[in-house]
Design a protein around this ligand. Structure first.
Ligand code: NAD
Length: 499
C-alpha cells in the first residue's frame, strides 16, 4: 500500500509520526493508500523550513516570483489530466468534473501572475511642506492553508498562488481524505523553480491543525471546510494573534418564480443539485418554487430526470454522478433522508434504494439522487447541510416569502433566482443577504479575478478568497512619510502635527 508523505524543502518528507489515515478509492470502496499524520515535531520542522525561506522569497522581485508561477501554470495545463485522475480516484467525482476543478484552480494562478500590477503601491506628494507619503503592500510571513476533501486542487489554489505571488511562504494542510493532489502540486512548483521551503505540505488531521493554530510563526490561516470547524479555527486563530479567513458550510436555495423558463430551470437544477453527488459548497440543495402550480410542475418534470441519472464509476465517461466520498458520509446522507421522512416530508425519489450492481464496483459508496417535497424550515434535513445528492423542495406563495425563507437560514453562501423579470432579478440581487448570487445562473461561483465567499455562518473572518480580497488577506499595508533635509529648520512641535 503506497504511503503519502509530507513535503518540505522541495522533497517528500516522511516525518516521525506513527499514526496514519487510510485513503480510500470510493469507487471501489477499498483503501488503496495511506497518508502519514504529522507529529508536533514534524509541524515544527515544516514551519521552520517555510520561515527560513521567507526573508529571501519576500525580497525576490515580484517579476521573478510570478515567473515561477507562470511556469507552474504551464505545467498545470500540460498535466491537468494527471491531477484530475488522482482527484477523481480519491474523491469519487467524475473525471470531467475533476478536470473542471483543475481548470478553475489554474484561473487563480492566472490571476496571481498579475502581482506586479496589484502589488503597486500609492504615492502622494507634498502632503506637507516638503513631505511625501507612500503606501506599499508587504507579505505577512508563513501562511497556512487548511482545506476540505471536496476540492483537493481548486481550494488550495484559491489560497497559495496569491500568497506566494505576494511574497509569503506557505504550508498546506490538505484533507486527509484526499491528500495526493497536494503532493503533485508541490512537486510541480519545485519543477517550476520555486525555491526550497517556499511551499510545503503537512499531512494530518485535527492534531496537525491544532499544532498550526498554536504555532507562533504562522502569521495567517486560510481555512475552507465545515462551519463548526471554521468557527473553531477562526476563534482559536485570532486568539493566537493570527489573521484568519475561514469559509464554512452552506445551504443554497434556488428561487423559481412563476415566470421562469422551466426548461432552463430543470436543466440548471439537475446539474446544480446532483453534480459532484451534491458534495459542493455551491450545490443547490433547496428549490423554492413560488406557487404550488410551479412546484407541482417542477416535481413532475424532475422525477424522470433524477431516476435517469447515470450513477457509476467516475472513470466511466457516461457517469453523471460517482460515489460519495466515504461509507460514513453515505450513512450520514441516508440518515438525513430518514429524518425528513420521519418529520413528515414526502420522499419523491429515494436515492437510498439505488442498488444497481456494477461489476467490480459493488463495494463503492454509491447512492442515488433523492428528491424530497413538502420540506419545512423546522426539519433537520433543511436546517443542516447534507452535502449529498439530495434536493429538498420548499413551496412558497410569493417572492417575499421566498426571501424570508432564505433570510431565516443560518447559512448564506450562494443562492439563485430564476425569473424573466428584470425588476425581480435586480431586487433579489440587491436585497438578498447572501454572499454569492445568481440570476438565472444556478452555481454563481465567482471568477478568480473576483472574490469567493459567503455571509453569516458560511464565513468567519473579514476577507473572501482570491481576487483582490486574496491580495488584501495575504498582505499588510505600510505607509511611509518622508521628508528630506532641505534647509528647512523647525522648532520642536509638542501638539498634534497638522498640515
Ligand atoms: P471538514 O470541516 O471536516 O474538514 C476540513 C479540514 O479541517 C480538513 O483539512 C480536516 O482535516 C480539518 N478538520 C476536520 N475536523 C477538524 C477539527 N475538529 N478540528 C480541526 N481541524 C479539523 O470539511 P470536509 O468534510 O473536508 O469538507 C466539506 C465541508 O466543506 C462542507 O461543509 C462544505 O460546505 C465545506 N466547503 C465550503 C466551501 C466554501 O467555500 N464555503 C468550499 C468547499 C467546501
Amino acid at each position: 500500500m503506497s504511503k503519502i508523505t509530507h513535503y518540505m524543502n522541495n522533497s517528500p518528507f516522511l516525518g516521525n509520526g506513527e499514526r496514519s489515515h487510510p485513503v480510500f478509492n470510493p469507487a471501489i470502496g477499498v483503501a488503496e493508500k495511506s497518508v502519514v499524520l504529522s507529529t508536533e515535531d514534524d509541524v515544527n520542522k515544516i514551519v521552520a523550513a517555510a520561515k527560513a525561506a521567507w526573508p529571501i522569497w519576500s525580497k525576490t522581485t515580484v517579476l521573478r516570483r510570478v515567473r515561477v508561477l507562470d511556469k507552474f501554470k504551464s505545467i498545470l495545463w500540460d498535466r491537468a489530466d494527471q491531477l484530475a485522475k488522482i482527484i477523481s480516484s480519491e474523491h469519487g467525482k467524475t473525471y470531467d468534473d475533476a478536470f473542471g476543478e483543475v481548470i478553475r484552480g489554474i484561473e487563480v494562478v492566472e490571476f496571481a501572475v498579475g502581482a506586479p500590477t496589484y502589488m503597486k503601491g500609492e504615492f502622494s506628494e507634498n502632503i506637507g511642506n516638503g513631505v511625501d507619503s507612500h503606501m506599499i503592500r508587504q507579505s505577512l510571513g508563513v501562511c497556512a492553508g487548511i482545506t476540505p476533501f471536496n476540492f483537493p486542487c481548486m481550494v488550495p489554489m484559491w489560497m497559495f498562488p496569491i500568497a506566494l505571488a505576494t511574497g509569503n511562504t506557505f504550508v498546506l494542510k490538505p484533507s486527509e481524505i484526499a491528500p495526493s493532489a497536494s503532493l503533485l502540486m508541490a512537486e510541480w512548483l519545485a519543477e517550476a523553480g520555486l525555491p526550497a521551503g517556499v511551499f510545503n505540505v503537512v499531512q494530518g488531521d485535527k492534531i496537525t491543525v491544532d499544532d498550526l493554530l498554536n504555532h507562533p510563526d504562522i502569521k495567517a490561516i486560510s481555512f475552507v471546510g465545515s462551519t463548526p470547524v471554521a468557527q473553531y479555527i477562526y476563534n482559536t486563530g485570532i486568539q493566537n494573534g493570527k489573521r484568519v479567513q475561514a469559509l464554512g458550510g452552506a445551504k443554497n436555495h434556488m428561487v423559481i418564480m412563476p415566470d421562469a423558463d422551466l426548461e432552463m430551470v430543470i436543466s440548471s437544477l439537475m446539474g446544480a443539485a446532483y453534480g459532484s453527488a451534491g458534495e459542493r459548497c455551491m450545490a443547490i440543495s433547496v428549490a423554492v418554487p413560488v406557487t404550488d402550480v410551479i412546484a407541482d410542475s417542477l416535481v413532475e418534470r424532475l422525477i424522470p430526470k433524477i431516476k435517469a441519472l447515470k450513477i457509476g464509476p467516475p472513470t466511466n465517461q457516461e457517469s453523471d454522478m460517482g460515489p460519495l466520498v466515504t461509507e460514513h458520509h453515505r450513512n450520514k446522507v441516508h440518515g438525513y433522508i430518514d429524518s425528513a421522512k420521519k418529520d413528515g416530508a414526502k420522499i419523491v425519489v429515494d436515492g437510498r434504494l439505488f442498488n444497481q450492481k456494477i461489476e467490480g464496483y459493488e463495494k463503492g459508496f454509491y447512492t442515488g439522487g433523492t428528491l424530497i417535497d413538502h420540506v419545512t424550515p423546522d426539519m433537520r434535513a433543511y436546517k443542516d447541510e447534507i452535502f449529498g445528492p439530495v434536493l429538498s423542495i420548499i413551496r412558497r406563495n410569493s417572492y417575499q416569502e421566498a426571501i424570508d425563507l432564505i433570510h431565516g437560514h443560518k447559512y448564506a453562501n450562494g443562492t439563485a433566482i430564476f425569473t424573466r423579470d428584470g425588476d425581480t432579478g435586480r431586487n433579489f440581487s440587491q436585497d438578498i443577504e447572501v454572499g454569492m448570487v445568481g440570476i438565472n445562473v444556478p452555481i454563481p461561483v465567482p471568477m478568480a479575478f473576483h472574490s469567493f465567499g459567503g455571509w453569516k455562518s458560511s464565513i468567519w473572518g473579514d476577507h473572501h478568497m482570491h481576487g483582490m480580497e486574496g491580495v488584501r488577506f495575504y498582505t499588510r499595508i505600510k505607509t511611509t512619510t518622508t521628508r528630506w533635509p532641505t534647509g528647512i529648520r523647525e522648532d520642536s512641535q509638542f501638539s498634534m502635527p497638522t498640515m
